[in-house]
Design a protein around this ligand. Structure first.
Ligand code: FAD
Ligand code: DLZ
Ligand code: SF4
Length: 509
């Protein structure tokens, strides 16, 4: 009887995955493997590895219960199986497979290997299926992109709203407005009250994996003890319900807020599940839209949330597959500074940065504004090599996969591609951070000054950034006001000297 292997990756843990729909459970065999190469190509946060391994083990168990034949390789550091292909090769020696089937993977590095080398190395046909967990395929995005000179997310998003019908009525956006971003910039000062993220009881599979990660990856930075992520689909569905019930109604208003000691506010914490397959984008958007129609959540919240998934998430994936592999080397500002050590130790006196690092290391999580406007903003202002900061973002978050991390880091944070995603860089001084958070109240630096010994480092670095890149940004119509302000500053020389001095001893900040 003819039999095929279906290889399922750690971020493809979905029961309706294209591979599973394509194969026949009566004759084909599913392969899954925990391997060294995937778990060390960056120094992933221990919680990210534990989430993936445990979710893989639970998923394999569910497949077996449904009648699939599954061959599963648990992690063994000294095994000969270092890479995914090694496991396929081993199974080939045991079972007479006639082909390998795989759903298109999320990272270029692995997809390239599979497309270009696996068939000849295995001497087997390798069929690659489209990943239909997304609303927009790379081919559809390419077609969309070919019609526009500037690839603005907003235009793409409107097209996706029309295609899916989310929050639409007779081809028009509900409320006669596509985007409620302007309503979504409130600061939070204690009300409405916050609900703690759900924590899930650990079962034996979770405990075994935690023990394994502790033992095998001791050098990876991040706490394993605080693992609170769901590792099964049923628990991920509970996390979705928890978000819709408690946080979605306020998601819009406080989307950009940051609060000392509060790590999650009204955010969903769903990205790790969306990205590894425990949840799919459609069911999450459906649940949010239903909450609007039932009167549970207001339009600005639901539109804001759906835009993140239907808009940003799909858009960055499209950009990634459109622009790779050259994209990964983008560096139009010619940045080369080393990533400061505090990105790995978390030790800095800058309270805003220390808070983001604490959240990151404790929970393998930081919300979007912490990533973009604090740790990202600092890397932009201090001229960090885009590849080093990209590697950091890929390592430290439970939701990090290159297809989503790279465009956010290179384009949105580092402006490394010259402004594909954003018409101006997301550079900000301490003034913005003070406006959107209460971090500065807890900080030894003075957010009001620029060039004193205790001045907020973001202030001089911000103006130094504008001065250094005058030739690039002055002509940008969205930055005219900033340059008019810069021209009026009397202390430019002191700013330059102060910023250069900070950068020369950046690890002391
Ligand atoms: P919420 O605030 O609740 O948002 C809801 C969902 O919208 C998220 O779960 C996510 O799926 C989606 N989303 C929101 N913003 C974005 C965005 N900019 N791009 C893509 N999807 C988005 N997201 C990842 O999933 N993986 C990454 O590796 C990743 N790296 C990032 C790196 C940088 C430098 C920046 C600035 C952002 C990055 N993001 C990444 C986007 C965003 O920060 C996270 O998706 C979000 O913080 C996840 O938390 P949440 O689920 O609570 O999100
Ligand atoms: C992230 C990750 C890790 C840490 N480990 C594994 C693994 O051992 N086996 C596996 O199949 N997948 C793992 N993954 C997810 C892959 O890295 C991911 O599938 C690719 O990067 C493609 O997106
Ligand atoms: Fe951050 Fe500056 Fe505020 Fe300190 S004063 S928290 S460094 S913005």
């Amino acid at each position: 009887m003819f039999m095929r292997f279906g290889l399922i990756l750690g971020d493809q843990l979905h029961h309706q995955l294209a591979t599973l729909k394509f194969l026949n459970r009566a004759q084909d065999v599913i392969l899954m493997a925990e391997v060294l190469e995937e778990s060390t190509y960056v120094a992933h946060h221990p919680q990210k590895i534990a989430l993936i391994f445990s979710a893989m083990r639970h998923f394999a168990k569910e497949l077996k219960a449904q009648g699939w034949r599954v061959r599963y390789h648990p992690f063994q550091r000294d095994s000969r199986i270092h890479k995914l292909i090694d496991f396929v090769h081993l199974q080939q020696q045991l079972l007479p497979a006639t082909a390998v089937v795989i759903t298109h993977c999320g990272e270029y590095r692995l997809q390239y290997e599979i497309e270009n080398h696996w068939s000849s190395q295995l001497q087997l046909p390798v069929h690659c299926l489209d990943d239909d967990r997304f609303f927009c395929s790379p081919a559809q995005f390419r077609q969309w992109a070919s019609r526009y000179h500037t690839l603005r997310m907003e235009y793409f998003y409107r097209e996706m709203r029309k295609q899916t019908g989310y929050l639409m009525q007779q081809q028009q956006p509900l409320g006669q407005q596509w985007n409620y971003d302007r309503d979504n910039r409130k600061t939070w000062s204690g009300k409405p009250s916050l609900t703690a993220p759900l924590r899930f009881e650990l079962d034996q599979i979770d405990l075994d994996v935690i023990e394994l990660v502790r033992r095998e990856f001791p050098q990876h930075i991040g706490d394993i003890a605080n693992l609170r992520w769901a590792t099964t689909r049923s628990n991920a569905l509970l996390a979705l319900q928890h978000f819709i019930a408690n946080n979605l109604p306020h998601f819009g208003d406080y989307q950009d807020a940051m609060v000392y000691g509060e790590d999650t506010l009204f955010h969903s914490l769903l990205s790790p599940y969306l990205n590894c397959g425990l949840l799919v984008a459609k069911e999450v958007c459906d649940a949010a839209e239903a909450a609007y129609h039932s009167g549970h959540a207001p339009l600005n919240a639901v539109e804001g949330f759906i835009r993140q998934i239907l808009g940003w998430r799909e858009y960055v994936r499209g950009i990634y597959w459109l622009r790779m592999p050259e994209y990964a080397n983008s560096n139009v500002l010619n940045y080369s500074a080393a990533l400061p050590q505090f990105y790995w130790t978390g030790r800095t006196q800058m309270t805003c940065m220390a808070e983001c690092f604490r959240n990151t290391f404790e929970h393998a999580y930081a919300h979007h504004i912490q990533r973009l406007m604090i740790t990202g903003n600092f890397a932009l202002l201090s001229g960090v090599d885009p590849q080093q900061i990209s590697e950091w973002y890929l390592a430290v978050y439970a939701d990090a996969y290159e297809w989503v991390e790279l465009p956010n880091t290179l384009s949105m944070v580092m402006h490394a591609d010259g402004g594909l995603l954003a018409s101006k860089p997301y550079a900000a001084s301490g003034n913005y951070i003070q406006k959107m958070s209460n971090y500065c109240k807890h900080c030894p630096y003075n957010v009001k000054t620029r060039t004193e010994a205790d001045s907020c480092p973001f202030n001089s670095l911000y103006w130094y950034f504008m001065i250094k890149h005058d030739g690039v940004f002055r002509s940008n119509p969205r930055m005219g006001m900033i340059y008019r302000q810069l021209d009026k500053l009397q202390d430019k020389d002191q700013i330059i000297a102060h910023a250069q001095q900070l950068l020369s001893q950046v690890n002391e900040l």
